[in-house]
Design a protein around this ligand. Structure first.
Ligand SMILES: *[C@@H]1O[C@H](CO)[C@@H](O)[C@H](O)[C@H]1NC(C)=O
Ligand SMILES: *[C@@H]1O[C@H](CO)[C@@H](O)[C@H](O)[C@H]1NC(C)=O
Length: 310
């Protein structure tokens, strides 16, 4: 993967999100994002190919669970959400193209239960609250997951900023419960990646998990956000394909936080924010700097978790 040597890869996550579907098909009042706690299985997969060496590929997965709970809300358009990332685990696969992904020791093992928060309003992430002393990889992963929850309710084109930076975003309904989000012209792509960039997410509403009465009821059941990028100049290009898959888990959602009373008014949000853990700080969704990709040894890149695109 010679091309890796020369690139500082800041593959951003494909993010995208959960948009809800169009108002014409889906009344805003029927969309019940976040009203009940929900537990999701999250799987993030990355494939990196050197385009001049088709036999060279690296790939990995990170599997985790994500608990989402409303901590404070103002009607159904504004929430302070508590997100809990559980048991993230790195999976690697042998050189064989058909080899299975196997759990692998990594720094993620030391990060088995962590909290972060999101202020969500009318589909947009107003702010996220993260522990900025954590490894950049953990922070960026969380930002990419948060970006999944940025979604607009009404079909159309918007300007949004998330982990890919400012982008033009198109929302399209596919059916009553399914819609997609297409991000284009993301500012992070300018100049850095001459190659193609493609970012599409597909969202399915209508949660009701197998395990857990009313889990995620009427909310987000599944999200699949995929990103394809070609990085580098001709002759030394890398093709990166990555996706997040978020699905309601079979296990019951955790018990709700004590009485997330439907409070309203800015003072109450401030109160809720004031009660957040002291180590968390407001942070934009744009990526924090990670180290330059080291040379050649792809296994060590992955293993050291230095290269974390999402
Ligand atoms: C990957 O990292 C783990 C934990 O740090 C270590 O035990 C393992 O030997 C490493 N594997 C490789 C191939 O470097
Ligand atoms: C997005 O931003 C551009 C540039 O500022 C502006 O021209 C355009 O009208 C905006 N689009 C929307 C949908 O707000």
């Amino acid at each position: 993967m010679e091309a890796l040597n020369n690139l500082v890869i800041k593959l951003v996550l494909f993010v995208n999100v959960v948009s809800s579907s169009t108002v014409s098909q889906h009344k805003l009042s029927e969309v019940k994002l976040f009203e009940t706690p929900a537990l999701y299985d999250v799987e993030t997969t990355l494939f990196l190919n050197d385009m001049s060496r088709t036999d060279k590929e690296i790939s990995y997965k990170i599997k985790s669970q994500l608990a989402v709970q409303p901590l404070w809300r103002n009607t159904n358009s504004e929430f302070l959400l508590k997100l809990q990332l559980l048991e993230p685990k790195l999976y690697l696969r042998g050189k064989h193209p058909n080899a299975n992904f196997m759990a692998h020791p990594s720094v993620w093992d030391s990060h088995s239960d962590s909290l972060f928060y999101v202020h969500w309003k009318n589909g947009l992430i107003q702010n996220s609250y993260l522990d900025l002393k954590e490894l950049p990889d953990f922070i960026n992963y969380k930002k990419s997951i948060i970006s999944l929850f940025q979604l607009q309710i009404i079909d159309g084109e918007y300007n949004e900023t998330d982990v890919s930076g400012p982008c033009t975003v198109l929302y399209e309904s596919i059916s009553r419960d399914v819609f997609r989000k297409i991000k284009r012209g993301c500012s992070m792509d300018a100049g850095v990646w001459p190659g193609a960039a493609r970012r599409v997410s597909r969202y399915t509403l209508g949660g009701r998990g197998e395990g857990g009465e009313g889990q995620g009821e009427g909310g987000l059941r599944e999200a699949h956000a995929e990103e394809q990028l070609e990085l580098g100049a001709h002759g030394a290009a890398i093709k990166a394909r990555s996706w997040h898959r978020l699905q309601l888990a079979a296990a019951p959602a955790p018990a709700p936080a004590p009485a997330p009373a439907p409070l309203s008014g800015a003072a109450s949000l401030e109160e809720a924010l004031a009660a957040l853990p002291a180590e968390l700080s407001p942070a934009p969704l744009t990526l924090v700097e990670t180290e330059t990709v080291p040379e050649n040894d792809l296994v060590s890149i992955v293993n050291s978790s230095l290269y974390y695109p999402l």
